[in-house]
Write a protein that binds this ligand. Structure first.
Ligand SMILES: Cc1cc2nc3c(=O)[nH]c(=O)nc-3n(C[C@H](O)[C@H](O)[C@H](O)COP(=O)(O)OP(=O)(O)OC[C@H]3O[C@@H](n4cnc5c(N)ncnc54)[C@H](O)[C@@H]3O)c2cc1C
Length: 506
């Protein structure tokens, strides 16, 4: 909507950020650290979005993310450590010795150890005839990571930064330019031919990109497949919700603010430029720059009139569509259910044909193995989730919806028996979330995990940066470069904060 000229657009704030996901909070704290006056407007009661938490009967459950990258102590890719540090905050983290314990078809049971050589050895034991290919593929991922980890990660839309970083690290920059349009599957196929091993590489990608390797950008794979052995996977003590909470503490200490239960319903435009926002209660706020941490679909189809969908967004929607959401099972279980030496994160799939199907792959996270204080003594948390599309949960009566949830939960628990025998006997608490729950509590259209390519795209080349075709409006989070995951959206937040900082002369 365009404001008429007689409405005042005096700005109280330098920047308004819609949403307090990790992308939004990193943008806000980066700008607050530069001296900007920032207002974050969050529709929910607490910050964090998909990196939030909820408490029930003595359990503290992570709503989504729990395998956390970006908490390393060295290099430049430890973006969560750096984001907290920018506002004088830090978090105590617990190292996870194994990223994932895979339980895959045909008895392919293996662990991704924090120690790179131990992982390569274990994978090679399953595929001895591919010894050289395995080494060459994962070593190539390191090349991508080493390029990224050599330079400060800021806005690729800022020419002076690009020049500076190019002169400082010409080799690394050229390396990244080479990998930017590549997909992981193509690189894997250069070195590996065993179909079962290629399926494994598909799963290595799918479990965070929700697409197989041939649609997963090589830049993202380089980050994930190397950083897990470099900075490692580290769980924040007190739960994942602590990350957002600490960022908010830092934001407020830097003189900026966050308001909860503040649902933005409209981005206000004046002469085609974003100048403010309107809340559900009618309150309006104005700022020099507006940032949306909502998904691109929510931003351009709900907060701005869909009739004026910019051409650039139309193009984007032709390339990317919504990934499924998840069916989430949050369980409290008796400690004896877990066999000795159980790892924190598991992936379970019985049939390769079903990897991408509705409720095919199961992801399991048991964070109390790292931080026992998240559950009452003698108990553990198990978060089991599996991809699910909202269409399967719509048009049901409340009774049918409830029944469908219970049946789906029963099926997941039955499948979990394969890796946690006796789990059904050890249940103490159970809560089921569907794509409708994700939509409602995370404010994400259809509860989607994020955008995925509709077809094979040239790597990350077509993923938009933070500026949009509407002047004064920026996007941040998982529907911007480089995509999903906490460390990725933190990257997007650093870039967004940097670009706006330059635009405002901070
Ligand atoms: C089940 C699940 C498991 C996951 N596991 C992992 C994992 O192990 N490791 C990992 O790194 N990543 C994981 N992820 C992905 C990761 O959580 C997300 O990619 C990331 O948190 C997204 O951050 P974001 O900043 O883009 O936005 P979000 O987290 O979506 O936050 C956006 C915020 O904006 C608010 N908002 C939206 N619209 C409005 C509005 N109109 N007005 C006001 N506020 C609004 C929302 O309430 C929300 O707080 C997982 C995600 C899910 C769902």
């Amino acid at each position: 909507m365009n404001l008429t000229d007689n409405i005042t657009t005096d700005t109280d704030y330098d920047v308004i950020v819609i949403g307090s996901g990790i992308g939004g909070l990193v943008t806000a704290t980066q700008l607050a650290a530069k001296g900007a006056k920032v207002l974050v407007l969050e529709r929910y009661l607490i910050p964090g979005g998909s990196a939030g938490y909820f408490e029930r009967e003595g359990y503290r459950f992570d709503v989504g993310a729990s395998m956390i990258f970006g908490f390393g102590t060295k290099g430049t890719t430890n973006l969560l450590t750096r984001a907290l540090k920018a506002v004088n905050m830090s978090l105590d983290t617990i190292p996870d010795p194994v990223q994932i314990h895979y339980h895959l078809p045909d008895g392919l049971d293996l662990k991704v150890h924090r120690d790179y050589e131990k992982f390569i050895e274990e994978l090679t034991r399953h595929f001895p005839h591919e010894k050289e290919g395995i080494r060459r593929f994962y070593d190539e991922c390191w090349k991508v990571f080493n390029c990224l980890n050599a330079m400060e990660l800021l806005s690729l839309e800022e020419p002076r930064y690009l020049m500076r970083v190019f002169f400082q690290h010409p080799g690394a920059c050229l390396g990244l330019v080479k990998y930017l349009p590549q997909n992981t599957g193509d690189v894997a196929r250069r070195y590996i031919s065993d179909p079962k091993l290629l399926k494994f590489i598909d799963m290595e990608c799918y479990c965070w990109s929700v697409v197989p390797a041939n649609q997963t950008p090589m830049i993202n794979a380089g980050m994930v497949f190397s950083d897990r052995h470099y900075g490692g996977i580290n769980y924040p003590r007190g739960g994942v919700g602590q990350i957002a909470q600490k960022l908010v503490d830092g934001l407020e200490k830097s003189g900026s603010e966050i308001k909860y239960q503040s649902r933005v319903t409209q981005i206000l435009l004046k002469n085609g430029k974003a100048v403010g926002v309107k809340l559900a209660n009618g309150q309006e706020y104005y700022a020099k720059r507006i940032v949306s941490n909502a998904t691109r679909w929510d931003t351009f189809e709900k907060l701005i009139s869909p009739a004026t969908l910019p051409t650039q967004e139309r193009k984007w929607q032709k390339r990317y569509h919504k990934s499924p959401s998840f069916l989430s099972l949050h369980l409290g279980v008796k400690a004896e259910v877990l066999p000795p030496n159980t790892e924190c994160h598991h992936i379970l799939l019985e049939n390769w044909q079903q990897m991408e199907d509705e409720q095919g792959t199961i992801f399991v996270s048991i964070p109390t193995l790292l931080d026992p204080n998240l559950a009452p003594q003698g108990h553990h948390i198990i978060h089991a989730f599996t991809p699910s599309w909202i269409k399967h949960w719509q048009g049901l009566t409340p009774k049918d919806y409830q029944q469908k949830k219970e049946e789906a939960a029963g099926r997941i628990i039955e499948r979990l028996e394969q890796i946690l025998p006796g789990i059904s006997q050890g249940l103490d608490y159970q809560e089921v979330g569907t794509p409708r729950t994700h939509r409602r509590f995370l404010g994400r259209v259809d509860g989607t995990y994020g955008p995925i390519p509709r077809y094979k795209l040239p790597g990350l080349l077509t993923m938009p940066f933070n500026r949009t075709s509407i002047s004064g409006l920026y996007c941040v989070g998982d529907s911007t470069f480089p995509g999903q995951g906490l460390n990725a959206v933190a990257f997007s937040g650093f870039a967004c904060g940097h670009r706006i900082g330059v635009d405002l002369g901070l």
